[in-house]
Design a protein around this ligand. Sequence first.
Ligand code: PLP
Length: 459
Amino acid sequence: MKYVAEPFKIKMVEPVRITTPEYRREAIAKANFNGFSLSSDDVYIDLQTDSGTGAMSDAQWAGMLRGDEAYSGGRSYFKLLETAKELFGYEYIQPVHQGRAAEKVLLPILIKPGQYVISNTLFDTTRGHVTIAGGRAVDLASPIAKSTTEYADFKGDLDVDALGSFLSEHEASEVAAIVMTVTNNSVGGQPVSIANLREVYRIASDAGIPVVIDAARFAENAFFVKQREKEFAASSIREIILAMFECGDAFTMSAKKDGIVNMGGLVGVRSNQELVEKIGMNVIPNEGYLSYGGLAGRDLEALAIGLTESIEEDYLRYRIGQSEYLAARLDEFGVPHQRPVGGHGVYVDAGALLPHIPWNQYPGHALAIELYLEAGVRSCDIGSLLMDRNPETGEQQRAANEFTRLAIPRRVYTQAHLDVVAEALGAIKQRASEVPGYEILWETKVMRHFTAKLRPVAK
Ligand SMILES: *Cc1c(COP(=O)(O)O)cnc(C)c1O
């Protein structure tokens, strides 16, 4: 597997600290065995998330200085609107401070308590906001997403048969919305096909159910569509993005992913004026006036530029290439992972690598902690620790897969960094049976994985 060389050069560097295993052992214990509680100074290579961790370009930094800080009607706001409207083909664009803010201002308008929200798989903050609004989350991931070894072009798709059965057993009025997450983060950053988006949109429109696109990784999804969906082989990334967004009525977006900014988000509405007005009423008290939505003018400027950089094909080829390279190196060491690799990183199948750890001792988390101890690499659990307890019964919920996510920040790490990560996992595989499971000592009701305190289970 050849590494796709960077379509940029490095103009500024940020030193990182290399620590000893003894030092890390103490640091992680002090952090209650939760990577979110570590000081980032104690992390060498940070693959915890690709959210807000990307490197901005010189054009974006120049844009920061040109940002218009007017309270209302700023130049940078209009630049962002123009860019986003053209890219997504929606009439209304509202900046907000990040993806969950978009969820917070949109979802309570759509959801009446007790209604269902169906998804190809809700991301954890989206699930949180569905629950807070009184909705009931229903994930209908494609059955093949559960298998980490079988290849499928579009493992992120929604299971249309399951959607059909659900709608035959429930009134359409019981369903508040269908959320299509592109790419499907929780099943491994797997892409969603336009064919699936179209089919879901047709079914939803016939039933009068709105479709919301959770668009954090719209550009990566478009690149996969170009590579894998025949109809679009000759289309431009822009054309594919327009085709994707035609299959939705509204979108929420964390711009900290494919927007390549450190902070930002968007809500988009195709044309529903009533919905636009209600969103405005939620934005002003929560996020700030409509023309800045919780962001500084310079942030709006950087986002407008980031949106256009993230759809460049050379960039996307390199971007997806990093995930593919890391996956190929893991294959050399026989470390199992979700196949094919997703857009924003590699999801190691910790359940398969650590079969002695039961799901309710969180193999994905156990591997993440071990990887930190081994090489100072921070990653995170995308498995049963990430699942909150059932809000009605308080029972632990079991995830379909126990993953350790190696999320790759955009334009940040080099080929050699990825080699360090692969070699560390190779070393852990050699002593896999010694890796302990974890138990929770303290947790919150919603989004527990961010703050939970844990400890290794004594053998
Ligand atoms: C990151 C993310 C969110 C939440 O966005 P934040 O900017 O972290 O608030 C929502 N959905 C998906 C798919 C995401 O990846």
